[in-house]
Design a binder for this molecule. Structure first.
Ligand SMILES: [Zn+2]
Length: 352
């Protein structure tokens, strides 16, 4: 994703998506044309207050996201990064809380927003020049963020709360598909409503709809991959290369076998991995042993295949060797996982 890293907090990388800079400019404009107390139209220092409000809004959204993340970490679900973008943020979790844990983590964000709203509500009662005006607008915005996020439109926080509650009774996968359907339904309603009253709503609705579909797909993949072990779905016939092969030989080998990367094996033991990218700028006579990568991510045949899926998503690796006691026994690729999903879809249709 095209985002830049700002800083790191409690082991999480905080990144901003490029779109955010455009959004800040755009929000400044919105604050500047909306009438008080939802904006600073025609007011003294209006532009300054508008800019300050959009910047603060960005910080408020970040704090909202931190609320989710901190609780999530404390409950034992590590958060790798927070990406702030157009309508707020996404926390990238390594393992997702489910059931009542998801309810708690989801409530944490809106709680932070309500807390910020409360602080600025108190500040708005002061008579201090500009602080009063700023706080009047800013507490309302945070109140709206808190309430809006509690709408049961999955994947908004409210939808996650709904899923968490349902998951306790009917299981995670079913709860996801029901809340995703509700989320999509609400998004369609919102989009139509927005076409009549406020295009902003339509715009947000599209994001909710896409988000709901995406999460639904992910949870389906998870439910299938959690049941199957790597050993059950790996390709057992692995094409390997030797350390002594030359780059020239390797390239013709790759042409024949049509994969980008190959495990390197010596005396039946895995010693490295080599991809076409590693050899492109190397001389023809260079040995594979000199260009291969030695630290190889491997899986055991007993690992659940969801682990393969997670590693591929996190690292961008397309193929992972499967190893038992140092010996390579198979390989698992992204294509294998996708085919598996197709097979599962067909079987599911057959069962209906
Ligand atoms: Zn949230």
């Amino acid at each position: 994703m095209s985002s830049i890293r700002l800083f790191s907090i409690s082991g999480m990388d905080v990144k901003v998506h490029y779109s955010l800079f455009i959004v800040i400019a755009f929000l400044t404009w919105i604050f500047n044309v909306q009438s008080y107390p939802y904006g600073f139209k025609g007011m003294e220092f209006g532009i300054f207050l508008s800019f300050l409000a959009s910047l603060s809004l960005f910080i408020a959204v970040f704090l909202h996201e931190l609320g989710h993340s901190f609780l999530s970490i404390r409950m034992g679900y590590p958060v790798r990064e927070i990406v702030l973008f157009i309508f707020g943020g996404v926390s990238v979790l390594e393992k997702h809380p489910k059931g009542i844990d998801e309810v708690k983590v989801s409530v944490a964000g809106p709680s932070v927003s309500f807390f910020i709203a409360l602080i600025f509500y108190i500040a708005s009662q002061s008579q201090i020049f500009l602080l009063k005006e700023f706080s009047e607008v800013f507490y309302r915005i945070n109140l709206i963020i808190g309430i809006f996020n509690l709408l049961p439109a999955f994947p908004l926080d409210g939808g996650r709360i709904l899923r968490g509650l349902m998951a306790e009774r009917i299981g995670f996968t079913k709860a996801t598909s029901i809340s995703a359907e509700i989320g999509k339904g609400m998004a369609i309603f919102m989009a139509i409503f927005g076409l009549i009253y406020n295009l902003w709503l339509t715009f947000i609705a599209i994001f909710i709809y896409l988000g709901a579909s995406e999460e639904e797909k992910l949870s389906r993949i998870e439910s299938v991959l959690e049941r199957l072990k790597v050993g059950e779905i790996m390709t057992e016939d692995v094409k390997t290369v030797s350390k002594d092969m030359s780059v020239e030989e390797f390239i013709s080998f790759a042409f024949k076998n049509k994969h980008l990367g190959y495990p390197v094996v010596e005396n039946e033991k895995l010693v490295g991995i080599v991809t076409l990218h590693d050899v492109v700028s190397k001389g023809k006579e260079t040995r594979i042993g000199d260009v291969m990568k030695r630290d190889v991510v491997v899986l055991s045949p007993d690992d659940p295949s969801i682990k393969a899926f997670r590693i591929m998503n996190e690292t961008g690796l397309g193929r992972i060797p499967v190893v038992r006691e140092g010996r390579i026994v198979g390989i698992i690729s992204k294509t294998d996982l996708l085919r598996l999903m197709e097979i599962e879809e067909v079987l599911k249709l057959g069962r209906k």
